[in-house]
Design a protein around this ligand. Structure first.
Ligand SMILES: [Zn+2]
Ligand SMILES: [Zn+2]
Length: 803
């Protein structure tokens, strides 16, 4: 908005606004501001965003634009404002909202948003016509993406299409001065969806047996009585129970087949959250934002929550009510409830009543449901604060499918489709120089996740009118996402571009931090479970020189065997065994550390057979994974030896047990990794040297909490050493990017980051794009776009019209 037109030249201006400006109440906001400023003209939506024409004195036009920037509607995001002269005369009358320009189609979709304060006030006001109405919403809040079937975004294309507006709602919908002007899901008791309580065991029920109010209040009473209730929410079903009731929580875990994974909690308000967890100012803002994610908070030493809410963890995942139904449900709950995905084990959240009853009848006898269909499954988002910055762990409700602007240089990218990884799958579209990252869908090996992913892709293709010019996949030949990409590319005759796993992780961070396309290569650490690297090697703790177009492998962890292949991902003891064998030789280790409980445990396993397989290279691929090293240490410390029941469990337990006073004590040493330079200046971190002092500590009765801290310290220090050694080869850069799922470990991240910053380096860490494989698709899309724009791929294919 730097350009201020000459007052004498003209009284008219055309203003083009780009960003998230459609479907968020932008036009009525413009209308109100323009009238306030005494301007005439009009505003309309078109294919590029919003177009405003204003006539009036220059000072008022300036004031209008400043106010538009300062007071946009709550859900809008303004990326760009371009002003230009108009030589024509103003239209008759005052400022007006024009219907959309003919011929253009609105593309895109807005994420769902938590109930706004104005709607909240209405549902608790006995004199308001929406008193206790669980589906109250307005232009500034409510369901969007989860009810969207097609474009353009209007009521006919949502699951609200079966609810004709009553007279009162229609009047609000049509009045530009009303908060509900063009709010597509607007509804009330008279015309909208209704909640009802259902018994799943076949017995008849009427809610008034349990309350004098309504079905939602009856559900509150059931929760208070210790029952498990299945609740149909915004983007899926949840299972809920009283989080302070041991019996209810353990029954929920048992019936859901979810033995250990932490359960998410919902509390009525911040005051209740504060009884159980420490909430910083930033965390408070996140909890209360219109995205309303689950926020991981440091637990307080209160023992009033049920014993196994989050076994072994120092943190709790809390969210606040984000729909009127949740607000009404929680109103009389003066303690938190568990609110966990309505599914069995790792299956996706169910979204329709019939499937919910089929899948979960054995888990609960009660269902609080309603007659507004969930069209798109959107799981709750999960976020933590990493220092002063947010760090997204799962990107879903409230965030997806908001588009992300790409850095300078990417405008010329053709439209692309990137299909992500195998676990925590997401896909990403590049469209008109923006990236659209799908919501988290889950692990593709699950048939139901797979179906959901294919369906979501069809939806995204439709609502974003997306026709890709190339398909982008991970290099790993066994990833289902890759196989799907190959299929799409063959069927549609599109070029297929493969991107290395850790390159995608780092490129995602670079793009999120808006490094321009032609930025010189930076140094990066990519730490995760595993991904396919160069020459068929399995990587997972690598130091890389990275530009958008290519990577150079400068160093990494010395590879160890994965005995039993994929089984080593699930059974931590296998990694402990290999570390012993590598560090000492198995016979020596067995003799020297015979009294450790891990040795006793290994004594019952087919150890000789596994080592024999390793020596003969049978089903024991080498892998330089940081995740597996964490597993080994966690097993040796007795935290998780046998089998993980969810991804990352062993490593998370190890982090949770760290003694922070040891961590913060500069004179406490970490366990050493030897850093060696091999042929071609490749720098290797060798973990064999850490085991002797670690196991001596364990034998000497040093607490596991101290050992966990010394391991984290040693790892961070050696990663920093690795960076220092490689900086010699890249003297032009002072920027280091950190990514990969292992950096979700805040203890490791903080130690590494602080040491790097004290060397004067700038450290880039993911904020809005998950560091785990949920961010891969975005990184893949960015790498492929860079390679195409710089001419490394020619993708004209058979799709350009013949000239
Ligand atoms: Zn509202
Ligand atoms: Zn109505």
């Amino acid at each position: 908005m730097s350009f201020s037109p000459d007052q004498t030249a003209t009284l008219g201006e055309e203003v083009r606004v780009r960003g998230l400006v459609q479907g968020v109440g932008f036009r009525p906001a413009v209308w109100r501001l323009a009238r306030d400023c005494g301007l005439s003209g009009d505003v309309c939506n078109d294919g590029k965003g919003v177009l405003i024409r204003i006539w009036g004195p220059a000072s008022e036009r300036d004031r209008f634009l400043i106010r538009l920037r300062d007071e946009p509607p709550p859900l809008a995001r303004i990326d760009e404002v371009v002003r230009g002269y108009l030589c024509e005369d103003p239209p008759e009358g005052t400022f007006s909202i024009s219907t959309s320009r003919s011929g253009e189609v609105h593309t895109g979709a807005v994420p769902d948003a938590a109930t706004c304060p104005a709607c909240l006030q209405e549902i608790f006001d006995p004199f308001n016509r929406r008193y206790r109405y669980p589906f109250t919403n307005c232009t500034h809040c409510g369901p969007r993406f989860s009810i969207l079937e097609d474009i353009p975004y209007d009521r006919a294309h949502t699951s609200m299409n079966i609810f004709p507006l009553c007279k009162d709602c229609r009047a609000e919908y049509e009045n530009p001065e009303d908060r509900r002007f063009h709010a597509q899901p607007v509804a009330c008791h008279a015309c909208g969806p209704k909640a009802r309580l259902v018994r799943l065991d076949g017995h008849a029920v009427s809610a008034d047996r349990y309350t004098q109010l309504d079905a939602v209040d009856a559900a509150t009473n059931l929760l208070k009585r210790g029952e498990i209730v299945l609740i149909k929410g915004l983007g899926g079903f949840h299972l809920a129970c009283d989080a302070t009731n041991d019996h209810a929580v353990s029954a929920l875990r048992l019936r859901k087949h979810r033995p250990h994974k932490p359960l998410a909690l919902m509390a009525r308000d911040l005051e209740i959250v504060r009884r159980y967890a420490h909430v910083s100012h930033a965390e408070e803002n996140l909890l209360q934002s219109h995205q309303a994610p689950i926020v991981l908070l440091n637990r307080l030493n209160t023992d009033s929550l049920a014993f196994d809410i989050a076994p072994g963890m120092q943190r709790l995942g809390f969210m606040l009510p984000y729909t009127p139904l949740h607000h009404l449900l929680m109103r009389r709950m003066d303690r938190p409830i568990v609110l966990t995905s309505g599914n069995l084990s790792d299956a996706p959240q169910v979204v329709d009543d019939a499937a919910a009853v089929r899948a979960l009848r054995g888990v609960t006898d009660w269902m609080l449901t309603h007659d507004r269909a969930i069209i798109n499954r959107v799981d709750d988002s999960v976020i933590q604060m990493a220092g002063d910055d947010t760090m997204m762990l799962r990107r879903g409700r409230g965030y997806a499918p908001e588009s992300l602007p790409l850095p300078e240089g990417f405008d010329a990218s053709p439209d692309l489709l990137a299909l992500g990884g195998e676990l925590k799958n997401t896909f990403c579209l590049i469209k008109d120089g923006q990236a659209i990252l799908s919501q988290h869908m889950g692990d593709l090996e699950q048939a139901a996740v797979w179906d959901d992913t294919v369906r979501n892709h069809a939806l995204y293709a439709r609502i974003f009118q997306h026709v890709p010019k190339a398909v982008v996949v991970d290099r790993h030949p066994e990833y289902l996402s890759r196989k799907w990409g190959v299929e799409i590319s063959e069927k549609s005759d599109l070029p297929l571009i493969s991107v290395q796993h850790h390159h995608a992780h780092i490129a995602a961070v670079m793009a999120e931090h808006r490094l321009p396309l032609d930025h010189p290569p930076i140094i990066a650490l990519a730490l995760d479970g595993m991904g396919l690297g160069d020459a068929g090697a399995l990587w997972g703790c690598e130091c890389l020189q990275v530009s958008y177009c290519e990577i150079r492998h400068l160093g990494g962890l010395r590879p160890s065997a994965l005995p039993g292949g994929n089984l080593a991902m699930r059974e931590p003891w296998r990694n402990a065994l290999v570390q012993f064998a590598d560090a000492f030789g198995w016979p020596v280790a067995r003799q020297r550390f015979t009294n450790l409980s891990i040795m006793e445990y290994l004594g019952k396993k087919p150890v000789e057979q596994l080592l024999h397989m390793r020596d003969r290279n049978v089903c024991t691929p080498l892998c330089s994974s940081a995740g597996r090293l964490f597993d080994a240490v966690s097993a040796v410390c007795g935290l998780c030896m046998d089998r993980v029941s969810y991804e990352g469990q062993a490593a998370m337990l190890l982090e949770a047990s760290v003694d922070l006073s040891v961590m913060g004590n500069a004179s406490e040493p970490g366990y050493p990794f030897e850093i060696a330079e091999s042929e071609k200046h490749f720098i290797q971190m060798d973990p064999r040297t850490l085991w002797s002092p670690l196991l001596d500590d364990l034998q000497g009765g040093i607490p596991v909490e101290t050992i966990a801290a010394r391991f984290h310290k040693g790892l961070a220090a050696s990663l920093v050493q690795l960076i220092r050694r490689t900086l010699g080869a890249t003297p032009w850069t002072t920027t280091v990017a950190l990514s990969g799922g292992v950096f979700q470990n805040l203890t490791l991240l903080r130690a590494t980051r602080e040491a790097l910053e004290s060397l004067g380096l700038e450290v880039l860490v993911p904020h809005l794009i998950p560091a785990n494989d949920g961010g891969l698709a975005f990184g893949q899309a960015v790498v492929a776009a860079a390679q195409i724009v710089t001419g490394q791929h020619h993708i004209a294919g058979g799709h350009e019209p013949c000239v």
